[in-house]
Design a protein around this ligand. Structure first.
Ligand code: DGL
Length: 269
């Protein structure tokens, strides 16, 4: 049995996109051990029903709890949007951080004119989760949401600076820019990889990348709960996925920003 602080942080996503959060955690909390689960066999979640996402989420959280994690990080906007309460219920007293709460707070810290744009998957937009999270803290803020589902496959294809992606981004941003947003939340784990392209399309927008704000929120939660690992110069990283599809390594390394070692396959359900 490990002592509490030495136990790993459990991070999970519908696929590889959550590795952007792992990357931010490795930078922000370099002494923490991390266990990651990506449901690559069943991705994308962004077009699935609430019931299905809840059921998959329960299986993932079960798996991470068996791995004796000390905290949970929901690194998937879609899961946070429709099954966040389920995660909290299963976690009990364990700290849970999610990309939506962190992204909503960061958007409020960033906006000057109170007009916040959100791009996300269709399920996340339909759940209205970002608007609810923002309005719970600032009822007067205007939240303009746009589903941008085509960006997920474009990122997976590696078309990060491709004309097709540029035109797609331009089309999705048009209605948001027309509403004078000054801040754009990248409300899907895949979108931070498109930051340079989005910035060149809309240079005046402030972009909220929830991976870095989530890492800050995790650091705070660990500190508050006395769970920070302060003496670990050789952190252990374990990556579990439910399938290893073609080109997984290449795509995963792009998200993680470093080589992806120790990947294990773990079927759930
Ligand atoms: N991870 C999902 C999210 O952040 C995007 C991919 C999916 O649709 O599963 O919303």
């Amino acid at each position: 049995m490990m002592d509490n602080a030495s136990r790993p942080i459990g991070v999970f996503d519908s696929g590889v996109g959550g590795l952007t959060v792992v990357r931010a955690l490795m930078e922000r909390l370099p002494m923490e051990n991390i266990v990651y689960f990506g449901d690559t066999a069943r991705v994308p979640y962004g077009v699935k029903s609430r019931n299905t996402i809840e059921q998959f989420t329960t299986q993932i959280v079960d798996f991470l709890l068996k791995n004796e994690v000390k905290a949970l990080v929901v690194a998937c906007n879609t899961i946070a949007a429709v099954a966040g309460y389920r995660v909290c219920k299963m976690a009990g007293a364990m700290p849970v951080t999610d990309v939506i709460a962190a992204g909503a707070q960061a958007a409020l810290n960033t906006t000057q004119n109170g007009n916040i744009g959100v791009i996300a998957t269709t399920t996340t937009v339909n759940s209205n989760a970002y608007a609810r999270a923002i309005h719970s803290k600032a009822p007067q803020a205007r939240v303009l949401s746009q589903a941008a589902p085509l960006l997920v496959p474009l990122v997976e294809e590696g078309w990060l600076d491709h004309e097709v992606t540029r035109l797609t981004v331009r089309e999705y941003l048009k209605p948001l820019l027309a509403e004078q947003i000054d801040t754009l939340v990248l409300g899907c784990t895949h979108y931070p990889l498109l930051k340079p392209l989005i910035m060149s399309e809309a240079p005046r927008l402030a972009l909220v990348d929830s991976s870095t704000t989530t890492a800050d929120a995790v650091a705070l939660a660990l500190e508050e709960n006395g769970l920070l690992n302060r003496n670990n110069t050789a952190p252990d990283y374990r990556f579990y996925v439910s399938d290893i599809p073609l080109r997984f390594q290449t795509i995963g390394e792009r998200f993680l920003g470093r080589s992806l070692e120790q990947i294990e396959m773990m079927g759930l359900g």
